[in-house]
Design a protein around this ligand. Sequence first.
Ligand code: HEC
Length: 101
Amino acid sequence: MLFISRLAVGFAIFALAVTAQTQELPEVAKVCVTCHGRDGIGTTPLNPNLAGQSSIYLVQQLTAFRDGKRKSEVMNITAANLSDDEIFAIAEYYESRVTCR
Ligand code: HEC
């Protein structure tokens, strides 16, 4: 089961890498804007920038927050109900924001 879900994540990451970049803010990312900004620049020095970050890294971190493997009070709660598809959409969006590169 774990193997199959890892395989699924692997395929999805591959699919992410070959699809065109999303420019629209996903509906599910509206809450993220409060802290990470619409263009992925943190709204306070304690909120990390996400702009231009690799989508593979973002998927990995968001999945870890959701599954409780990376601890952060705010992010564990925020990511708790995200589906894999929503995580991929958010990751693609923030990767496409290149303002801090
Ligand atoms: C209330 C503020 C807040 C909200 C809302 C929020 N975040 Fe965060 N986010 C943070 C903070 C603070 C951290 C740093 C966590 C830590 O201590 O590791 C963080 C970390 C992250 C990281 C890891 C960045 C890195 O460099 O490793 C990602 C990815 C992320 N958030 C994505 C999101 C997404 C996607 C959403 C919306 C679904 C979201 N965040 C909503 C405050 C927020």
